[in-house]
Design a binder for this molecule. Structure first.
Ligand SMILES: NC(=O)c1ccc[n+]([C@@H]2O[C@H](COP(=O)([O-])OP(=O)(O)OC[C@H]3O[C@@H](n4cnc5c(N)ncnc54)[C@H](O)[C@@H]3O)[C@@H](O)[C@H]2O)c1
Length: 364
C-alpha cells in the first residue's frame, strides 16, 4: 500500500465548492508539516466532482476505485455538492460509494474546544469539552434501502429501512472501546433509542453489554439519543467516548461541532483500521460562500491532522493541532470564527491568508 519506504501517497479529492478552496490550503499546510518533520507525502490530485461528472458522465470508475484502494495510503477529501447536480448523483457515487465500498465503518469525529471563548456554553472551558464520537458509518438508516408506493398521490407510502447487523454493531462498539483503552480514556457512553426501536437498538444494547464485559477497566454508560443531546449541552465534561448509530452520530456530532466553534473547525475520519481510509471535514461544499475566498480552512487542516495520525505521524499531528490553536489565539481567522467569538468580521482573514499564517507558525 505504501508507495515506497520514504513516501506515502495521498489521493486528494477536493470535490466541489469550498472543498476546492480548503483542500488547497490543507495540502500546503501538510507539505509544510512534512518538511518540518522530515517525512514525504506524495499528493495526487484527482478531479472527481460535479464539473468532471457534467463533462464526462463519470463518477467513481472501477479503475479509480481500484487505484484508491490498492495504490494510495489515504484519501484527503474536500466536500461534494453542487446546485448543477440537484440529485447529488456524483456525490452519492463517489463519497457514499467510497465509504461503503471501502467498508469505512468508523466515522470518528473529535469534539475538542481549541480556544476558551469558542464555545457558546457558559462556564465551560477547554477541559470540559474534549470527547470523541464514534459514529457507525455503513449501516443504519443510511443504506438506501426502501422505496415509494403510490408516489405523488395522497396515498403515498415512503419507506427507508434501518439495517443493523450483529457484525456491524459489534465492530463499531469494539472500535470505540479499543480507542478508549489505547488513549487512556476511562469512559464510553453508548447512545440509541432502544425504548422505541426495540428490535434494532435492542441489538445495540445486548452487544454493548457483551463487549463492555471485555473492558472491565472502562466505565460504561447508556443514554437515549434525545437525552444524550441534552447531556452534551448540560454536562459535556462527563464524556470521553460516545458510540452511536449512523443517523444519531450524524446529528449529535453536528451538535458537538457547534459546542466547540462550529462547522469551520469540525474534522472527521472515515476509517477501517488497516485499510486505506478517507479524511474529510464535516462541512459540505457551502455553495452560499463558494468562490468568495472566505471559507474557513481549519476544519480541513484539522482533518489533515487526523490523517497524519492514521499515517503514523502522531507527533506531527499534535504539533499541527498546537499551530491551529496558535492561529486561533492570535485571532488570525476567517469571518465565521470571528462571529463565534462575538467579534466584528472586519479584519477577518480570507481562506488563503489563514493558511499562510499557519504555515508561518509551522516554519517558525
Ligand atoms: N461530506 C460532504 O461532502 C458534505 C457534507 C454536508 C453537506 N454536503 C453538501 O454540501 C452542499 C451544501 O450543504 P449545506 O449548506 O447543508 O451544508 P454546508 O456545510 O455546506 O454549509 C452550512 C453552512 O455553514 C457554512 N460553512 C460550511 N463550511 C464552512 C467553512 N469551512 N467556513 C465557513 N462557513 C462554512 C456555509 O456557508 C453554510 O452557511 C449540499 O449539496 C450538501 O448535500 C456535503
Amino acid at each position: 500500500m505504501v508507495a515506497n519506504q520514504q513516501s506515502q501517497r495521498v489521493a486528494v479529492i477536493p470535490g466541489d465548492g469550498i472543498g476546492v478552496e480548503v483542500a488547497e490550503v490543507g495540502v500546503n499546510v501538510l507539505r509544510a508539516i512534512s518538511e518540518r518533520f522530515g517525512f514525504k507525502l506524495d499528493f495526487d490530485w484527482l478531479p472527481l466532482g460535479a464539473s468532471h461528472y457534467l463533462e464526462t458522465g463519470e463518477t467513481l470508475t472501477d479503475e479509480m476505485f481500484d487505484y484508491l484502494k490498492n495504490e494510495c495510503d489515504a484519501i484527503y477529501f474536500g466536500a461534494m455538492g453542487d446546485p448543477r447536480v440537484p440529485d447529488m448523483k456524483h456525490a452519492k457515487d463517489i463519497l457514499l460509494g467510497l465509504r461503503f465500498k471501502l467498508d469505512l465503518f468508523v466515522n470518528l469525529r473529535p469534539i475538542t474546544l481549541m480556544h476558551p471563548e469558542m464555545t457558546p456554553l457558559k462556564r465551560r472551558g477547554m477541559k470540559d469539552l474534549e470527547f470523541v464520537i464514534f459514529r457507525e458509518n455503513t449501516e443504519g438508516l443510511y443504506v438506501g434501502m426502501g422505496g415509494n408506493f403510490k408516489k405523488g398521490t395522497p396515498d403515498e407510502i415512503a419507506i427507508n429501512e434501518m439495517v443493523n447487523t450483529r457484525r456491524g454493531v459489534e465492530r463499531i462498539i469494539r472500535a470505540a472501546f479499543e480507542w478508549a483503552k489505547s488513549h487512556h480514556k476511562p469512559r464510553v457512553c453508548m447512545s440509541d433509542k432502544a425504548n422505541v426501536l426495540s428490535y434494532a437498538h435492542g441489538l445495540w444494547q445486548r452487544v454493548f453489554k457483551e463487549v463492555s464485559s471485555e473492558y472491565p477497566e472502562i466505565q460504561t454508560r447508556h443514554l437515549y439519543a434525545d437525552v444524550m443531546a441534552m447531556e452534551m449541552v448540560r454536562a459535556p465534561q462527563d464524556f470521553d467516548v460516545i458510540v452511536t448509530s449512523n443517523m444519531f452520530g450524524d446529528i449529535l456530532s453536528d451538535l458537538g461541532a457547534e459546542l466547540v466553534g462550529g462547522l469551520g473547525l469540525a474534522a472527521s475520519a472515515n476509517l477501517h483500521p488497516g485499510r486505506v481510509s478517507l479524511f474529510e471535514p464535516v462541512h459540505g461544499s457551502a455553495p452560499d460562500i463558494a468562490g468568495q475566498g472566505v471559507a474557513n480552512p481549519l476544519a480541513m487542516v484539522l482533518t489533515g491532522s487526523l490523517m497524519l495520525t492514521a499515517l503514523g505521524h502522531k507527533e506531527a499531528a499534535l504539533f499541527l493541532d498546537q499551530c491551529v490553536q496558535q492561529v486561533l489565539t492570535q485571532g488570525e481567522v476567517t469571518a465565521d470564527l470571528r462571529r463565534s467569538l462575538g467579534q466584528s468580521t472586519e479584519g477577518a482573514l480570507n481562506t488563503q491568508a489563514v493558511g499562510e499564517a499557519l504555515i508561518q507558525i509551522i516554519k517558525s
